[in-house]
Design a protein around this ligand. Sequence first.
Ligand code: GLN
Length: 306
Amino acid sequence: MIRNYARVLAEIEQELDFEQRLGQPADYIPELRKVNPDHFGLHLCCLNGDAFCLGEDKTHFSIQSISKVFSLSMAMRICGDDVWKRVGVEPSGNAFNSLIQLEREDGIPRNPLINAGALVIADMLVTHFSDPRQALLDFVRQLTQDDSITFDEDVAVSEQSVGYRNFATAHMLKSFGNMENEIMEVLDFYFHQCALSMNCAQLSKAFLVFANEGKIPDSHTQVLSPLQCKRINALMMTCGFYDEAGEFSFLVGLPGKSGVGGGIVAIHPGEYSVAVWSPRLNEKGNSVLGMKSLELLTTKTAYSIF
Ligand code: GLN
């Protein structure tokens, strides 16, 4: 096992092929098309306080589906085990926005990290909070100790203007009785959570809580029980990359979550949290260089959860 992260990151930077420009950025959300596809940033925070970075680790991007881990954490705090009456815990083996299983399985989404599941979680937060957007910001700001984190309104509006599949999914959920609130209210919250704008340094700091049995390292605040934290990590491991969760587990061997903005966050329990951003995605919607750099990280350190 090698824990010289400075050296390992330097080697990763050498070995990544930036010129190949493999993959395409997500273009189904108009605002994401404006992002230069060749950005790259990485930030690794250790629980002992050490931090290491590569490239543009302070440049903000749209975290998209990575936000599903924050909203799930909030729902588990509020609803406890009742969450699992409305959403499952199995990998879907389907695209993140697929509707096929949802109809076949009577409106119970396979897991909270695909869009259908995240919409049910969003519905729980809309029911519980009078201002769910503010509650989400408060939670993420608490995790990062950074009050500057906010939504990119342009991205939220942009996704709303073309979010046909999410509208369809929300209507399907409503038809099965698995959505309590007005569809537009839930979608508005969901599009905003996906439009959270963060950089790799902030994201890796926010996810340290999942490497630390649910306790924020800086403030020593226990925001999730160790059991809840274990479950969230298990879901990230099995469902964090949609129908590429097996591949990520196979290549990287850490729990993590991706977003179509090109971000990926992964954690090593008891050790570190790492966030990487590169907008070019493979056909499953996961960042090509993001996956490659994390594969190199766990291979070069010979240190994953397996
Ligand atoms: N907002 C995006 C959507 O719902 C999130 C998808 C993702 O990051 N995989 O389509």
